[in-house]
Design a protein around this ligand. Structure first.
Ligand SMILES: [Zn+2]
Length: 479
């Protein structure tokens, strides 16, 4: 018999109200799930349950849906890349900073276990995993227990910079086609995975590294199969200028011309639109194009903010009618901190307080990301939705006083107050510990992987600089 669990008399619940299509607070309410499905959200559940959880010290909320992350390599960059944007490439870290710091398959697996642990601890229950394929990828996703969109990246060109002054593109369409075919096979395998928690997404990697033909074929297949499709776009000044040089229009306008913008399409970042203050571009069309076509944006503010770049502004995007989801992109894979940063930087961009609300950011990280994936059964606590649930300890000192649990969680406590996390009704985090993965051991393996990456820097760097020369420590080592 399938087990029924009742979280009884929860102090606070963020429940989905379909009538107003938003989350609402319920106080002293019950949340009940059977197997992997929620079958009651409200007051006074009077049927039986196999398991009762006392909710009197809990804030119960839907699992967070991470719309953009790269677990296979991002933890490696901790301590190396936070202050390492290219001085001559408009403060992007994509081109000559990332490329010199590489890992191997062993390192990728350590990265994955570490990142997936971080994600779970911050209340994430669904991820969009944008990785270059590596051995064991599905095994780690399966082991974690997370719900995952598998999105192997492919592209027709790679970036290359000889001197750090400009970016060149090494085109190899045949290789791009082979990677596309391999990605399709891989995501078909994901859909058929025995866990039932893996889904397919197409991920032509970047707007400036894919040919129009590759993108059109990707779109046709996405349409035919009903797969969501994501691409990095609007992520650097270099990309913006490259695309305007090639086509005379912005990356967003070009994507619109080739039919990419549509419901089911997701733009990773979309920060550098024609209206962005770093670009001085004469049109003001991009935001409306994204909104009018029903295209979604995966917003990952933390990584950009480290380099001094912000979206202008998240509140404006939402008010313009753009469906926005939230992603973490890089380390720390902490969705709650990402949400905090999203709210604060939107207000900084607006130079006022009221351009965005906590509710809007919470909506983006749950229902907004879910909508981008074409789902109405995740990112919400509602009868019939998946039992992807986060229990927050409202007695944690960092949550007190709890006048408003979302504000306490988002602006102060973050992952410290996340107690239990369920995906498909299975507990994956218990009392703040990941039950399915070993973050500590993964961290130790990451230490070794990072040492190997450090050694490899001079051979990959165009001027043979060492890791220490490329990215000096934040303090000099004294004697
Ligand atoms: Zn990314």
């Amino acid at each position: 018999m399938t087990k029924t669990t009742c979280i009884r008399n929860a102090a606070w619940v963020a429940a989905w109200d379909e009538g107003v299509r938003t989350h609402v607070y319920l106080k002293d309410a019950d949340v009940v799930f059977t197997g992997n499905t929620i079958d009651f959200v409200g007051k006074g559940y009077d049927a039986g349950a196999n398991e009762e959880i006392d909710g009197s010290n809990l804030f119960v909320m839907p699992g967070l849906v991470n719309l953009h992350c790269h677990p296979y390599n991002q933890p490696l960059f901790k301590g190396f890349r936070e202050e390492l944007a290219s001085k001559k490439l408009f403060m992007s870290a994509l081109y000559d900073c990332t490329a010199v710091y590489r890992t191997d398959d062993e390192g990728r697996q350590a990265c994955a276990e570490y990142a997936l642990s971080e994600l779970l601890l911050s209340g994430v229950t669904t991820i969009t995993d944008l990785s270059f394929s590596y051995p064991g990828w599905f095994d780690w996703l399966d082991k974690s227990g997370l719900r995952a969109y598998v999105a192997p990246m492919y592209c027709s060109a790679t970036w290359h910079t000889e001197d750090g002054n400009k970016v060149d593109y090494k085109w190899d369409e045949a290789a791009g086609r082979r990677a596309f075919d391999a990605a399709v096979k891989l995501i078909e395998d994901a859909e058929n995975h025995s866990s039932g928690r893996l889904s397919a997404m197409l991920m032509p990697a970047q707007v400036d590294t894919c040919t129009e033909e590759l993108l059109r074929d990707s779109l046709d297949l996405a349409e035919e199969k009903g797969w969501p499709i994501q691409i990095h776009a609007g992520q650097s000044v270099v990309e913006f200028q490259e695309m305007t040089r090639r086509h005379g229009v912005t990356p967003i306008q070009w994507l619109n011309q080739i039919g990419f913008l549509r419901p089911g399409a997701i733009l990773g970042h979309a920060i550098l639109l024609d209206t962005h203050s770093w670009l001085y571009w004469p049109t003001k069309d991009d935001l409306a194009l994204i909104a009018d076509t029903g295209t979604s944006v995966a917003h990952c503010p933390v990584v950009f903010s480290r380099y001094g770049m912000i979206m202008e502004s998240l509140g404006d995007y939402i008010r313009s009618g753009v469906n926005v989801g939230i992603g973490t992109d890089t380390h720390p894979h902490n969705m709650l901190e990402e949400m905090r940063t999203a709210a604060i930087l939107s207000r900084v961009a607006d130079k006022q307080t009221y351009g965005i609300t906590t509710a809007e950011v919470f909506h983006a990280a749950t229902a907004g990301s879910a909508k981008a994936l074409g789902r109405d059964d995740i990112g919400r606590l509602e009868v019939g939705a998946k039992a992807d649930i986060v229990l927050v300890d409202i007695t944690h000192p960092a949550m007190l006083p709890v006048r408003d649990p979302l504000r306490s969680l988002m602006y102060t406590a973050a992952e410290r107050a996340v107690k239990d996390v369920y995906v498909d009704g299975v507990k994956l985090v218990g009392d703040g510990e990941v039950l399915t993965l070993d973050q500590k051991t993964a961290g130790e393996k990451l230490e070794d992987a990072q040492k190997r990456a450090e050694k490899g820097v001079p051979t990959l760097h165009s001027a043979n600089l060492t890791a220490e020369q490329v990215s000096p420590l934040s303090l000099p080592i004294g004697s």
